[in-house]
Design a protein around this ligand. Structure first.
Ligand code: BG6
Length: 527
C-alpha cells in the first residue's frame, strides 16, 4: 500500500493583476456545427467574461443556412450556459455578450459571396472602432473544405501578404490528411495561398494546462532535468486511455480513422515530444517547435523488423462492464460488421539521440479501456544493489520485495497531478522497504476550474502566439514515423487482435512490454 504526501502551493492563487484584453475579429466557418456550440463560443464567452477578450470584438458565425443574427444568438445561449467555465450566465451578461455575435450566410465555394463577407467584416470592424484589425478565421468545417474555403478567401482578396500577412490567422483542426502523402498534399494546397505563420493547426492536447506544465516542470526546476536521460531513466510509458466507445454515432468517422490516426499520430506524439525534447534556448514558438521537430525526426521503431515486431493493433469485443453488456466495435452504430479498424494501438519506440538512446518509450491509446486517463510515467532505473527487502504475502504466497524503481508520473487527466514514487523505511525494528508516493494535485494547490483547452488556444490565436500549435514539418515527421504501422493496419495481412471491452487491450500489448521484463502501469486516478 502506498503512503501519501501532499504538496502545498506556497503562494495564493490566482495571482493579483487583471488580464490584458486582446482583440481580433473572429469568424467561425461551420457555425451551425457541434464544435462551435459546445467548445468555441463557450470558450470565447469565458475569455470575454474573464476580461481576456476585448468588449467590442465582433464574432461572426458563417454557414450555409439562412439565419438572422437574433436566431444565431438565441441558439447559442443554452450551449454557453451548459459549457462555458463560469458559475452562471445572467440574462444581463448574456445580452451584452450576444451583441458581439453576428451571423453571415455564405456558401464556401461562392467567391462573390466572399467579397460581400469581407465587406461585412469591414463594416463590423469600423462599427467596433477597430482599424487594421487582426482577423481569425476558424475553419470548423470538414477537412475536405479547408482548401476550398481558403481558396475563396484568397480569391476574394481576404488573404493579406507581406508585412500584413500575420493579420490573418487561419485555424484548422485535425485530421490533417490521412497519411503522409495526403498530409503533404494539404500542406502544399494551403501553402499556395497562406504563409506558414498564417496557419494555426490545433492539437487540443497542447491547450491542456497539465500538458503545458510538462515544460514548466522540466525547465522551470533545476532538480528533475538532470535525471531525465538515458543514464537514469529505464523507460517511459505514455497512456491515453478512454472508456467510451462509439457514442453519438461516431463510428462512421472512426471507422475511416482508427486509434493510430485519431490519437496516437497527434496527441500521443505531442506528449512524447514535450517529455523528450531538449530545452529551447528561448521560450519562443519557433525555438520550442524546432526542439519538438528534432524529437520526431529522431523517433525510431523500438525493434528492427516489420511493424508487427514493435506495434500492436486491437479491436474491442463485446463484454460485460459494471453488469451491463456493451457492444463490441463491430456491433456499434455505423460500423461495418466485418470492420478491421483498430480501436487500440500500442507500440515500442526509441528516440535515437544522445539523451535518450536505448531508452524504450511505450505508447498506447484505445477506446473502451477500463477508465479515461491520460498519463506519462517515467520509470527510473533501480538502485544498483538491493540492500533492503520486505516480505509481502498475497493469498498465502510470500514474496521478498526489494527496492522498487522510482517513478515520476504526469497525470494529464482526470484529477490532474504530478506524482513521484520512492521508497522509505517501513516503521519497525528492521530495515524494511516501503514504496510511497508524493503527490501534487492541481485542485488542492490551485482550486478547481483549470482553463479549457480551447480557451487557451483561441486566446493564443487572437494574440498571434503559435507556440501551442503544430507546425507543418512536425506534422510531416509524425506521419512519417507512423507510416509503417499505418501501412500494416491498411494491408490485407492485418487482423486486429481482439480485446474485451473494459480491459487494458489485447494480450499482444502486454507482451510488447513484458518481453523485456517490464510491465504496463495500471494508472491510478483515485488519489
Ligand atoms: C480527439 C479524438 O482528438 O481526442 C477523440 O478524435 C478522442 O476520438 C479525443 O476521444 C480525446 O480527447 P480528450 O481531451 O477527451 O482526452
Amino acid at each position: 500500500m502506498n503512503a501519501h504526501f501532499e504538496f502545498r502551493s506556497e503562494t495564493t492563487f490566482p495571482a493579483a493583476g487583471s488580464p490584458e484584453a486582446s482583440e481580433a475579429t473572429i469568424a467561425i466557418f461551420g457555425a451551425s456545427g457541434d464544435l462551435t456550440a459546445r467548445k468555441l463560443i463557450p470558450a470565447l464567452f469565458t475569455l470575454w467574461h474573464e476580461g481576456y477578450l476585448a468588449d467590442h470584438v465582433p464574432i461572426v458565425g458563417v454557414a450555409r443556412r439562412e439565419k438572422t443574427d437574433e436566431e444565431f444568438r438565441a441558439e447559442l445561449l443554452e450551449p454557453v450556459r451548459k459549457h462555458a467555465r463560469v458559475d452562471s450566465v445572467s440574462d444581463e451578461e448574456w445580452a451584452r455578450f450576444a451583441q458581439r455575435l453576428h451571423y453571415h450566410q455564405l456558401d464556401l465555394s461562392d467567391v462573390d459571396g466572399f467579397a460581400a463577407f469581407g465587406q461585412r467584416l469591414d463594416t463590423l470592424e469600423s462599427e467596433a472602432g477597430m482599424t487594421d484589425a487582426n482577423r481569425v478565421v476558424y475553419l470548423a468545417v470538414a477537412p475536405h473544405l479547408f482548401e476550398p474555403s481558403v481558396d475563396s478567401l484568397y480569391q476574394a482578396g481576404l488573404v493579406p501578404t507581406g508585412d500584413d500577412a500575420s493579420r490573418l490567422r487561419v485555424v484548422i483542426e485535425k485530421p490533417f490528411g490521412t497519411d503522409l502523402a495526403s498530409a503533404r498534399q494539404l500542406a502544399c494546397d494551403l501553402g499556395r495561398m497562406l504563409e506558414e505563420r498564417q496557419i494555426y493547426r490545433i492539437d487540443h492536447y497542447l491547450g491542456k494546462e497539465t500538458v503545458q506544465n510538462i515544460l514548466l516542470f522540466r525547465f522551470g526546476n533545476g532538480i528533475f532535468e538532470p535525471m531525465l536521460n538515458r543514464n537514469h531513466v529505464d523507460h517511459v510509458q505514455i497512456t491515453v486511455a478512454e472508456s467510451q466507445g462509439m457514442e453519438r454515432g461516431r463510428g462512421g468517422y472512426y471507422d475511416t480513422s482508427g486509434a493510430l490516426r485519431d490519437v496516437l499520430q497527434n496527441h500521443v506524439l505531442q506528449l512524447l515530444c514535450l517529455v523528450g525534447m531538449e530545452p529551447p534556448s528561448l521560450f519562443r514558438a519557433e525555438d520550442i517547435r524546432d526542439e519538438k521537430l528534432k524529437v520526431l525526426e529522431a523517433l525510431r521503431p523500438g525493434r528492427p523488423g516489420p511493424a508487427s515486431e514493435w506495434a500492436v493493433g486491437g479491436q474491442y469485443a463485446t463484454a460485460e462492464i459494471d453488469g451491463e453488456q456493451v457492444n463490441g466495435y463491430r456491433e456499434e452504430d455505423r460500423v461495418p460488421d466485418d470492420s478491421r479498424r483498430e480501436t487500440f494501438v500500442a507500440m515500442e519506440c526509441r528516440i535515437d539521440n544522445w539523451r535518450w538512446a536505448g531508452v524504450p518509450f511505450y505508447l498506447r491509446t484505445g477506446k473502451r479501456l477500463p477508465q479515461k486517463v491520460t498519463e506519462i510515467a517515467v520509470q527510473f532505473k533501480t538502485p544498483p544493489v538491493n540492500l533492503f527487502t520486505t516480505v509481502e504475502c498475497d493469498e498465502e504466497i510470500c514474496n521478498l520485495v526489494g527496492a522498487q524503481p522510482n517513478q515520476l508520473v504526469f497525470r494529464i487527466q482526470p484529477k490532474e497531478a504530478i506524482a513521484m514514487k520512492f521508497c522509505t523505511k517501513r516503521p519497525g525494528m528492521q530495515y524494511q522497504i516501503h514504496p510511497v508516493t508524493m503527490d501534487f494535485h492541481y485542485d488542492e494547490a490551485f482550486g478547481d476550474g483549470l482553463p479549457e483547452a480551447y480557451e487557451r488556444l483561441l486566446l493564443d490565436v487572437i494574440r498571434g502566439d503559435s507556440t501551442l500549435f503544430t507546425r507543418s514539418d512536425e506534422l510531416e515527421a509524425a506521419w512519417k514515423f507512423v507510416t509503417p504501422v499505418l501501412d500494416w493496419f491498411e494491408s490485407d495481412a492485418f487482423q486486429p487482435a481482439e480485446y474485451a471491452a473494459g480491459s487494458w487491450g489485447p494480450a499482444g500489448a502486454m507482451e510488447l512490454v513484458e518481453r523485456t521484463g517490464r510491465a504496463w502501469r495500471v494508472p491510478r486516478t483515485d488519489g
